[in-house]
Write a protein that binds this ligand. Structure first.
Ligand SMILES: O=C(O)CCC(=O)C(=O)O
Length: 258
C-alpha cells in the first residue's frame, strides 16, 4: 500500500485554504489503501459494531423518528475510528496527512478523539439531511482552530450526499439571530440566504481528502443512490491549542502525530 507523501500542499492550495477555509488533496490515499479501509468499515457496519451513532440519534430532517421506527437502526457513524482498528489509525496518523497539516497548523499536530474520529456511513434509504453548521460547536478548545480531514472511500457527489460548503465563512462572524438554538444557520434569514447561494459542492473521487476548517459552514443532503457512502474523518489541532478541562474535548487523550 502506498500513500502519496512526496509532495506537500503547493502554495496555491495553501492560499485556497486561507481564503476559502477548505482545500482538496486529490488522490492522497491509494486505491488499495481505500479498499482496505472500506473493507473494515463494511465489516463493522454489517455487524453494527459499537460504538456507533444511529441516524435516529441526530433527529435531523429525514432521520427515523426513533430506534424502533422503520430504519431506526441505520448507522450514521462508526465511532472511535482511531481506536477501532489499526487500518483507520494508520491513515489518521499517516505522513501524507501530517505533512499537510503541519503546513496549515504548525509543527506540532495532534489528532482529537473527541469528535469526528469516525467513519461516516451514509445509507441510501434512511440517511438524513445535515443543515448548515460549523463543526466548532462540537469542541471546546482554547482556540477555535481545528482542521478536519475527510477521506472519500468511494465517489462523493451531490446525489449521494457529498459535502456542500460556503467558502470564506470560516473567517466570518455570525450574529446570534442568524443561528438557531442548535447553532444551525437559519435559512429564513435574508443575509443567510445570500450566503447559501454561494454554496459549492465538494465532489470527491476515492482517495481524495478534503481538509476543512472547523468554522467553515457546511451541509449535506441525503443519499439518493443505491449504495452506502463511506468517508473516514479525523480532526486535528496544534499541540499548544489545549482542550478545556472538564469538557468532552478533554475526555479522551489527543494523539500527537509524528
Ligand atoms: O455527511 C453529512 O451528512 C454531513 C456530516 C457533517 O457535516 C458533520 O458531521 O459535521
Amino acid at each position: 500500500m502506498s500513500t502519496r507523501i512526496d509532495a506537500a500542499f503547493p502554495a496555491g492550495d495553501l492560499q485556497q485554504f486561507e481564503a476559502d477555509g477548505y482545500v482538496v488533496a486529490r488522490g492522497l490515499a491509494s486505491r488499495a489503501e481505500c479498499a482496505a479501509i472500506k473493507a473494515v468499515a463494511q465489516r463493522d457496519l454489517a455487524a453494527v459494531k459499537a460504538p456507533v451513532e444511529f441516524e435516529a440519534d441526530t433527529q435531523y430532517p429525514g432521520a427515523p423518528a426513533s430506534h424502533s421506527a422503520p430504519g431506526g437502526k441505520t448507522v450514521r457513524r462508526l465511532l472511535q475510528a482511531y481506536a477501532r482498528d489499526p487500518v483507520f489509525a494508520r491513515w489518521g496518523a499517516s505522513s501524507a496527512v501530517s505533512a499537510r497539516l503541519r503546513q496549515l497548523i504548525g509543527p506540532r499536530v495532534e489528532l482529537s478523539q473527541a469528535h469526528h474520529n469516525c467513519v461516516m456511513t451514509k445509507n441510501p434509504s434512511y440517511s438524513s439531511v445535515t443543515s448548515w453548521h460549523q463543526d466548532i460547536r462540537y469542541w471546546s478548545y482554547e482556540r477555535p482552530e481545528l482542521i478536519s480531514v475527510w477521506l472519500a472511500l468511494g465517489r462523493e457527489f451531490f446525489e449521494n450526499g457529498c459535502l456542500l460548503v460556503l467558502p470564506g465563512t470560516h473567517q466570518m462572524e455570525f450574529a446570534p439571530a442568524q443561528l438557531d438554538e442548535s447553532l444551525f444557520l437559519r435559512p429564513d434569514v435574508e443575509r443567510n440566504k445570500r450566503l447559501i447561494r454561494s454554496q459549492r459542492r465538494v465532489e470527491l473521487a476515492p482517495g481524495d481528502a478534503l481538509f476543512f476548517h472547523c468554522r467553515l459552514l457546511h451541509a449535506a443532503g441525503h443519499n439518493q443512490t443505491a449504495d452506502t457512502k463511506f468517508s473516514l474523518v479525523f480532526s486535528y489541532h496544534a499541540a499548544d491549542n489545549r482542550p478545556l478541562a472538564g469538557t468532552r474535548s478533554a475526555a479522551l487523550p489527543d494523539v500527537a502525530l509524528r
